[in-house]
Structure formats: structure tokens, C-alpha cells
Design a protein. Structure first.
Length: 213
């Protein structure tokens, strides 16, 4: 029996390219392609595939939002993230939403097909680069937890307010500091925790126990 696959991506050229690749394999069948997450979720009321290949950067709903709905309402559908985003924050976010595989669009055809076949059996599949970064992140978190990441009192104040979704200007007003000073503290936090953006900062601080959800 063929593995029934649907693909979500907002770029027609990518959809066409994936169809051309997958159609060469007799054990896999594409039963739908979608440029919109909403269209995909609407169709799930009528029929469900074995595997949904998801891009993260969709125009109407993000990949993790789509994955959350699928995971909660259609648990028999296996999900594979296929994306350009290699930031560890996005990887963890998708895996937390029940995604079983995560590969990059720069991956080879062989990796794509292998990923589909592996997750169809219920096993996790990670792009080799992603697997390496997750391992590095795990070691980094353990090392920092063991040695204790040193944050200043003011950095802790800023971190707490960032986690509460306050803007730099709002934090500056609350702490009676300039916005430039707050931006400087924010940058120092990103550098200390080795992350690229505020969302990843908050996630890592929660993982390390520096913030309580």
C-alpha cells in the first residue's frame, strides 16, 4: 500500500519540484498540495493523509500552529517539517507540536525520501545538520546549568518583563531607564544565552530554569 502524502508550501515552484521528485517512487503517492494552511485544515474534515509535509513559514498560519491542530485533532497523521529555518528554537517548537521529522530544503532527494519512509514507520527522522545542532544545544544547556549562567540583577529584571511580552520602551518606562539601555541589556542576554531572537531567548531560559512558565 502506498504512503499517502500531502504537501503544504506557499511557493508553487517548490510544490511542483517536490511532486516531480516524489512521483518517481512507487511506494509514495501525493494526494494533495496546499498553498494555505487554512485550506489544508479544511480538507482534513473530508480525508486524511498518512503524512503531511509542512513548511513553517506559511502566510496565514505558521507551521507550528498548523501542527498543533493536526496533533490534537488528527493524531493518526504523521508530520514532517520541510523548511529553510534551521534555528534550534523552530526545531524544538515543531517537535513539541508532534512533528516527527524535520529536514531542511537544502537536503538531498535521498534524505527527503528516507525521512518520509522512516516517519511512516513511526520513528523520528532529523536532518543530520539539525540532529547535530540539537545535540550541541543539549550539551550547551547542560554545561550552562552546571556552571550557572550568570545574569545580573538588571538582566533578570529585563528578562522577566520580556517574557511578559513588554516592549523595550515599556520595560524602560517600568524600570526608569532609557530604551537604549534596555536594548543593550536585551542584546547582552542574547549573547550570553547564545540565541538569535527574543522568542528563542525565552524558550532557552525556561529550559534552563531561569524562568518559570
Amino acid at each position: 500500500m502506498k504512503t499517502r502524502v500531502v504537501i503544504l508550501d506557499d511557493h508553487p515552484l517548490i510544490l511542483n519540484g517536490l511532486q516531480n521528485i516524489i512521483s518517481k517512487y512507487d511506494d509514495i503517492e501525493i494526494v494533495g498540495t496546499y498553498l494555505s494552511g487554512k485550506d489544508f485544515l479544511k480538507e482534513l474534515n473530508k480525508k486524511q493523509p498518512d503524512i503531511a509535509i509542512l513548511d513553517i513559514s506559511m502566510p496565514d498560519q505558521t507551521g507550528d500552529e498548523i501542527a498543533r491542530v493536526v496533533y490534537q485533532q488528527y493524531p493518526k497523521i504523521t508530520m514532517l517539517a520541510l523548511t529553510n529555518l534551521d534555528n534550534i528554537y523552530y526545531v524544538k517548537s515543531m517537535l513539541q507540536q508532534g512533528v516527527l521529522g524535520y529536514i531542511l530544503k537544502s537536503a538531498s532527494e535521498e534524505i527527503l525520501i528516507q525521512a518520509i519512509r522512516v516517519i511512516n514507520k513511526g520513528d523520528q527522522f532529523l536532518d543530520p545538520l539539525i540532529k547535530s545542532r540539537l545535540q550541541h544545544d543539549k550539551i550547551s544547556i547542560a554545561r550552562q546549568a552546571a556552571h550557572g549562567t550568570v545574569l545580573t540583577r538588571r538582566e533578570k529584571d529585563v528578562l522577566k518583563l520580556l517574557a511578559e511580552n513588554f516592549t523595550s520602551q515599556e520595560i524602560a518606562d517600568k524600570l526608569f531607564l532609557s530604551k537604549r539601555t534596555i536594548d543593550s541589556h536585551r542584546l547582552n542576554l542574547l549573547l550570553k544565552l547564545e540565541v538569535k531572537n527574543t522568542a528563542a531567548l525565552i524558550k532557552k531560559c525556561i529550559d534552563m530554569g531561569l524562568l518559570v512558565q
